[in-house]
Design a protein around this ligand. Structure first.
Ligand code: SF4
Ligand code: SF4
Length: 356
């Protein structure tokens, strides 16, 4: 006889337990879906059952008060069914049509921003930034705020030729979906970690710190009872700082942002694409990062002016060619854009972003 299933807190519960009853009943048996407006869509099953999705933006880092409020709203209108998308949009899943209007009215009265579905700008997927992660080269939350301040109308009402997905990763470890988003930002360090020789012996294990470096740049320094870093091999990833707090890498003068464009996950019309470097470096300028916003507007406006209907940013660039992309955006083409792989042969560093 099989042992009874023991309840533990190890591993996630099966997702099907949390699907709204309408989705459970019609699982895998849907006829079509329709975007009614940027904040509302409906899925219709072959049985005739329907479920509506009301989407709002979230800042991703939420207070417990806000989470409780979201849960209370979901209890009131959605039988408790709510989900977060990978880009941190909040989706209220409504099974009864009569609840849609009061839900939207309550969301509006509480100043939630409704939208983000279809051809426009969705919420920005981003990483921890200075608020939480130790290796951040840029503040993700603040950068997201200034970008969304600029493009919020494209979340709520205005349309783009196709989806424009933004992403922010605050270092090259890249916990955000920067490699596959239409316009994305990567925080980059440009100097090797500083070595705090006095603290290495108190705070760090030498073997594990040497082993953590992906490019073999770290080696023991027996004379100092410490470590040394081969600057030519270091790719400024900050990995060693995670292992050894006596190797800080954050640098207010030399940290900043690179911009990459043209990535996408979907395989509609063209294959999925990796993003490509278009702006190698913009120095951090908190709290508003005006130079980053300006560069983004150049890319966004050129895309709006030149893209055909349904073209993603990467598809538009490939159609017009990268030479023309730099011409129409007015962004300078620099030596960092050219990857000749020479640094890869001697240093294991393989991307043009390390040419500093
Ligand atoms: Fe931390 Fe880098 Fe991830 Fe940002 S991208 S959260 S700095 S590891
Ligand atoms: Fe190695 Fe990265 Fe540390 Fe440079 S920053 S020494 S590449 S772990």
């Amino acid at each position: 006889m099989a042992a009874p299933q023991r309840k533990t807190d190890i591993g996630p519960p099966h997702y099907k337990e949390y699907l709204p009853p309408v989705i459970q009943k019609n699982f895998g048996d849907w006829k079509y879906h329709q975007i009614i407006n940027p904040g509302l869509m409906v899925h219709v099953a072959n049985s005739g059952d329907k479920i509506w999705t009301v989407r709002v933006a979230s800042p991703r880092l939420l207070s417990t008060d806000t989470i409780r409020d979201i849960a209370d709203i979901a209890e009131k209108y959605c039988g408790g069914y709510v989900r977060f998308t990978t880009r941190n949009n909040i989706e209220f899943l409504v099974s009864e049509e009569k609840n849609i209007e009061p839900l939207i009215n309550e969301l509006k009265s509480k100043h939630y921003m409704i939208g983000g579905i279809g051809s426009g700008v969705s919420n920005i997927v981003h990483t921890q930034g200075w608020i939480h992660c130790h290796s951040a080269a840029v503040d993700a939350s603040a950068l997201v705020k200034v970008i969304m301040d600029e493009f919020a109308d494209y979340f709520t009402t205005k349309q783009t030729p196709n989806k424009v997905r933004f992403a922010v990763a605050c270092c090259t470890n890249m916990c955000g979906a920067v490699h596959c988003s239409d316009i994305a930002y990567v925080g980059i360090h440009r100097k090797i970690p500083r070595i705090d020789h006095d603290n290495i012996k108190n705070m760090c294990e030498v073997p594990s710190t040497v082993a953590c470096c992906p490019t073999n740049a770290i080696s023991p320094d027996p004379a100092k009872k410490s470590l040394k870093i081969n600057a030519d091999k270091c790719m400024y990833c900050g990995n060693c700082y995670s292992v050894c707090p006596a190797l800080p890498i954050a640098d207010p003068e030399n940290d900043g942002v690179a911009i990459v464009v043209g990535g996408k996950v979907g395989s509609l019309r063209s294959n999925p694409k990796f993003s490509k470097l278009v702006v190698p470096f913009i120095k951090n300028n908190p709290p508003k990062w005006p130079e980053v916003v300006e560069a983004t507007k150049k890319i966004f406006n050129a895309y709006m002016a030149g893209a055909n209907k349904h073209e993603r940013v990467g598809e538009w660039v490939e159609r017009i060619g990268w030479e023309k992309f730099f011409k129409v955006t007015g962004l300078p083409f620099t030596f960092q854009h050219i990857d000749d792989f020479t640094i890869a042969r001697e240093t294991f560093r393989t991307a043009a972003t390390f040419k500093w």
